[in-house]
Design a binder for this molecule. Structure first.
Ligand code: ATP
Ligand code: MG
Length: 582
């Protein structure tokens, strides 16, 4: 699965290790040259012969160093390229996933997967180029060279290898599960950090810092515990293997001494032999580290592919119809729609049926948690109904091309989402090619033109992440303007005026009323004043429709609606004056 991200860098995966092979060959030849030099020196060779060997050694060192540099560069380029490609792919995939799937993964977990897990994989890629060939080849060639020098002594070393193998197998087998758990714990830590940072003001206002701190410390401690357990196991690997190999070297020195004395081995050869053993030993240590890195990367790879393999649950059907429906009789229609959030017990909507004629306005009112936002989100297909069908502009949402459906819809979510940039860059989310005049028109309609004009930079005024340099009401109006820039055919306002004063709210509704090209407007609110002028009002309670009709009809016949009116002190004459005044 992840192999395709390596493919563009195929040649580096060949060239990088090749430079390493040059380095390894030099490392293998060096002890032989040194042995030769020692033996010649012992035999009383003249200094010019020895110097030429030194010169050769120096030249090899320089070439080896250069090839190391080349390999480092190749490895860095490949790992960074691979990581960037993978991150982009993950990000694109996350954007494709339905809200339901994003909820299921959890935002925090998606973030750690895109950051920390990809980092692990990047490290594995870099090590593949720099180490994967180098150390095993060095180990094998060192052992072979040693055997060629003196196979009797070499047998001691060969005895050590199976022991090392068993140590590896046991330690890695046991630590593998820990790495996965450690990443999951990291998800939890970042979830808490995210919540804490997002809600800093709330945390302070409720004096919950201590509590939050404690929650964070606990999660961090759990993560640390698991990492320490994993680390403790893998930390055994190096010392254990070194212990075995050192014991082997000790034995070789004792036995080798005897063989030199007996004349079966020269001094130079014994030195070369020990050098090879040392090289093999270091190499095995590095191979152990490689195995650890790969084990961790394996755990990360699984988490990353889980995201990449997720099939977006809401997407355009293969037989979706292209082209927009011209003038449907019915702008919005729900037929016996029920919806339950994944994993979320009680249904959020039950058997909702309603139909909004073209050009009409639908108001949705109800207490908190009654299902208003859920209902509003079905039109843009943020979620798919669990049962029943949703039609927009005369066509089932499942039969729409998803991009087209969302393209003709202006959706103002309940939770304002502005992004870092400028007022203009945020508004252009609505439509890339909107002119400044169109942006101002949208701002006028959204009752946002006044305060934007008052900003020094106007449309180029900076917007911080989440729009936190604007007030709640200003943010809401910018979000509405953004939806209007799109010149939508269906406008969905989810509690979009909750932070506006009554007069501004009324002006906003009047301005929306005059908009051309709107086939339907959906206004979600807890306030009677916001929905009372709608052609059709849907009263929700506990996910069920309690009443459906105009304000007057409901005021007469729907107990729940009357109760809402009463709690908001809506008595008709006064409310009429307020509306009539505009
Ligand atoms: N992402 C979600 N996962 C699980 N349950 C959810 C989710 N969003 C909402 N719910 C549940 O669905 C029900 C309806 O929520 P919804 O957001 O539609 O209410 P609402 O009428 O918009 O409330 P409010 O006026 O407070 O915005 C609630 O019981 C809520 O707990
Ligand atoms: Mg809501």
């Amino acid at each position: 699965m992840l192999r395709r991200f390596c493919r563009p860098y195929r040649r580096w995966f060949v060239i990088g290790p090749l430079t390493k092979v040059v380095e390894v060959l030099f490392e293998i030849v060096t002890p032989l040259l040194v042995a030769h030099m020692i033996d010649r020196a012992v035999a009383g060779a003249d200094s010019s012969e020895l110097l030429s060997i030194v010169g050769l050694l120096a030249a090899m060192a320089v070439v080896g160093f250069l090839s190391t540099l080349a390999c480092q560069k190749v490895a860095a380029l490949t790992a960074q390229g691979f990581g960037t490609d993978l991150r982009s792919a993950l990000y694109a995939q996350v954007n494709e996933l339905s809200q339901e799937q994003v909820d299921a993964f959890g935002t925090a977990s998606l973030i750690t997967r895109i950051t920390s897990d990809v980092n692990q994989l990047q490290l594995a890629v870099a090590l593949t180029i720099r180490m994967l060939i180098r150390w095993p080849v060095l180990a094998v060639l060192s052992v072979l060279s040693a055997l060629l020098i003196d196979w009797h002594l070499g047998l001691v070393f060969l005895l050590c290898l199976p022991v090392v193998g068993v140590i590896f197998w046991v330690v890695m087998g046991r630590s593998l599960p820990f790495f996965r758990v450690a990443q999951e714990k990291l998800d939890r830590v970042s979830a808490i950090v995210r919540e804490g940072l997002a809600g800093t003001r709330v945390v302070r206002a409720f004096v919950r810092e201590g509590h939050e701190q404690q929650r964070f410390e606990q999660a961090a401690a759990e993560q640390a515990d698991v990492s320490v357990s994993a680390g403790r196991l893998s930390a055994l690997l190096n010392p254990l293997t070194l212990l075995v190999l050192d014991a082997g070297i000790a034995a070789i020195l004792v036995l080798g001494g005897g063989r030199v004395y007996a004349g079966n081995l020269t001094q130079g050869q014994l030195v070369a032999f020990v050098t090879y053993m040392n090289q093999a030993l270091v190499a095995v240590g590095y191979v152990a580290n490689l195995v650890i890195t790969y084990t961790r990367a394996g755990a990360s790879a699984r988490r990353v592919t889980e995201v990449l393999n997720a099939v977006p649950s809401v997407r355009t059907a293969a037989d979706a119809q292209a082209g927009l429906p011209a003038a449907p009789a019915c702008a919005l229609e729900l037929r016996d729609v029920s919806f339950t959030y994944p994993g979320g017990g009680a249904p959020a909507l039950q058997h909702v049926s309603l139909s909004v004629p073209c050009g009409a306005r639908l108001g949705i009112i109800g207490g908190t948690g009654s299902g208003k936002s859920t209902l509003a989100s079905l039109f843009a297909r943020s979620y798919d109904a669990s049962a029943g069908s949703v039609s927009v502009l005369g066509q089932d949402v499942r039969a729409w091309d998803l991009a087209q459906l969302r393209g003709c819809m202006g959706y103002v979510p309940q939770r304002v989402a502005l992004v870092r940039g400028t007022v203009r860059s945020n508004l252009l989310w609505g439509r890339d090619d909107a002119t400044d005049a169109e942006l101002w028109e949208a701002l006028e309609r959204a009752q946002a033109a006044d305060f934007v004009r008052a900003l020094d930079e106007g449309l180029d005024a900076p917007v911080e992440a989440d729009g936190r340099n604007f007030s709640g009401g200003q943010r809401q109006r910018l979000t509405i303007a953004r939806a209007l820039v799109r010149q939508p055919r269906v406008l969905v306002l989810d509690d979009a005026s909750s932070a506006l004063d009554y007069a501004t709210d009324a002006r906003l509704r009047a301005a929306l009323q005059e908009m051309d090209g709107l086939d339907a407007t959906v206004i979600v609110s807890q306030r009677v004043a916001s929905v009372r002028a709608a052609d059709l009002i849907c009263v929700l309670s506990g996910g069920e429709v309690m009443g459906l009709g105009s304000h007057d009809e409901l005021a007469r016949g729907c107990a729940v609606y009357r109760e809402i009116c009463e709690t908001q002190h809506v008595d008709l004459p006064e409310a009429c004056m307020l509306e009539g005044g505009r």
